[in-house]
Write a protein that binds this ligand. Structure first.
Ligand SMILES: Nc1ncnc2c1ncn2[C@@H]1O[C@H](COP(=O)(O)OP(=O)(O)OP(=O)(O)O)[C@@H](O)[C@H]1O
Length: 274
């Protein structure tokens, strides 16, 4: 009974802003984009500039903890400046249960939409070239001293053919202890290979990101039993080796610069063989 009442109360507290409501006297809500564990994100129109903005609200039912996590995300975004990472615009609040992070809205489709919604197929070479661009963004983040910690197909938006990296909600300063920053429940689901705020965590995630792209073109023969990616995907030996290193099935890369260098070499090799 108590659990039920708590859920009803949370749903009431977290009732989203409706279209046409104005946040912070400036951002007019167009629609709700999504509800995460600690925030609600809206597509808004900036009434001063007429441009679109992504406005993330700390979930009111999660109180100070949600505000603290959103503030961290804002602080990290503020230190990044890259045309394929949402530009920090401003912080609003906190008022009573109200805090918002305003950032650039990246117009496009997530890789998840492209693969599962629009059924786009990627060849091995396309996957390698795309990952190369993504890894360049990730290298930039690492150079600024941060680890993204959540590189997944819903967090990469394709804008004008280029991958943009969004959602820095789990990002950490390199070497920071995630257990000290995030509630245990947020960390439980993570593989041991991606729990540390070190470059190899992001590289491991990029390995999985590539597998999603590569499997988009995979058609199993009728009745074929599932086996691992190494048997199922017909890859150039150098691509396979690269993936094994990202996924820590072979000695990993020292850092993202080394992985990037190897991926550049691989992309030249594959393009030559086309
Ligand atoms: N800057 C942005 N530009 C475009 N779309 C965005 C931007 N930020 C978030 N979104 C979209 O808003 C939705 C919600 O994103 P958000 O990252 O806030 O939460 P989530 O991913 O649903 O949850 P969690 O953060 O708990 O993983 C997603 O569909 C995401 O693609």
């Amino acid at each position: 009974m108590l659990a039920y009442l708590r859920r009803v109360r949370e749903a009431w507290m977290d009732y989203p802003h409706q279209p046409d409501e104005v946040i912070g006297g400036r951002y007019k809500v167009v629609r709700l984009l999504g509800i995460g564990s600690y925030g609600l994100t809206y597509l808004c129109t900036d009434r001063e500039t007429g441009l679109s903005a992504a406005v993330k609200q700390a979930k009111p039912s999660k109180r100070a903890r949600a505000v603290k996590l959103l503030r961290r995300e804002a602080d990290i975004l503020q230190q990044l400046s890259h045309r394929c990472i949402p530009r920090y615009i401003e912080w609003i609040g906190p008022g009573r249960n109200k805090a918002y992070l305003v950032s650039e809205y990246i117009e496009g489709s997530t890789l998840e939409d492209l693969i599962f919604g629009q059924e786009q197929r990627f060849t091995e070479t396309e996957c390698v070239l795309y990952t190369l661009e993504l890894l360049e963004r990730v290298r930039y983040v690492h150079e600024q001293g941060f680890v993204h910690m959540d590189i997944r197909i819903p967090n990469v938006i394709q804008r004008a053919g280029e991958p943009c990296l969004i959602d820095f909600g789990l990002a950490l300063a390199m070497g920071e202890d995630p257990q000290e920053v995030f509630p245990g429940s947020m960390m439980q689901m993570r593989d041991p290979q991606r729990r540390d705020a070190q470059m190899y965590s992001d590289l491991y995630d990029i390995g999985h990101f590539m597998l999603f792209m590569l499997y988009s073109a995979y058609d199993p023969a009728p009745g074929q039993e599932p086996s691992g990616w190494q048997e199922e995907l017909d890859l150039h030996p150098e691509t396979r080796r690269f993936l094994e290193r990202l996924l820590q099935l072979a000695p990993g890369y020292e850092d993202s610069a080394a992985a990037l260098q190897d991926l550049r070499r691989l992309s030249r090799l594959l393009q030559k063989e086309i």
